[in-house]
Design a protein around this ligand. Sequence first.
Ligand code: DX5
Ligand code: ZN
Length: 237
Amino acid sequence: MTMTSASNPVLRLAPSILSADFARLGEEVRAIQSAGADLVHFDVMDNHYVPNLTIGPLVCEAIRPHVTIPIDVHLMVEPVDALIPLFARAGANIITFHPEASRHVDRTLQLIKEHGCKAGLVLNPATSVACLDHVMDKLDMLLLMSVNPGYGGQNFIPGTLAKLRSVRARIDSHMAAGGQSIWLEVDGGVKTDNIRKIVQAGADTCVAGSAVFGAPDADGGYHGVMNALRRAACPGP
Ligand code: DX5
Ligand code: ZN
């Protein structure tokens, strides 16, 4: 998997399968890949860290043969560490977790990398960016939640835009000082009517669950909505 520099204009779309038809998951992930998805966003909820219960490593392993694009595993679980080897073996490429769900954030980031995956932190809307202070050199991805985690289909929290701008500046100065590339992903309530502001504020990777999987066939289905998201994000001349 290549990690593109933030200085390149790039937009990765990561449909969240939380809103997919779970009875046809293999077909659903194949469909989003052929519609141009860059990543499969895989939401893991444990009914402890968040008030909902979803899917685990067995489902990751089951969808792995259906796609070649990276699987972006978003762990909303506490504790975190025991699941990392299981997801790595199940074919995850990127694993992100919430810092307050791990007793030892640095150790968890290292564990993810030792298992051959890209590692990232996820910040909730009320989580301060101060938790990045001593781990910037260990991050491949930073995920900003633009809703409170637990459910698909919630409204985008507008305060995320200011947070995005400040984190974008921080990543850019980290990279300008010779640091590694860090993807900046946004998750929650991303739609065609707000993606432009989100990208302008500095996101290079956007999760979209209900926007993609709820797309009406009459509007071109998954292919139509992903093209619409890209056009809305970066309108041509
Ligand atoms: C929320 C999840 C999101 C969610 C996004 O806890 O992490 O990935 O599925 O869904 P939408 O795009 O519908 O807000
Ligand atoms: Zn997510």
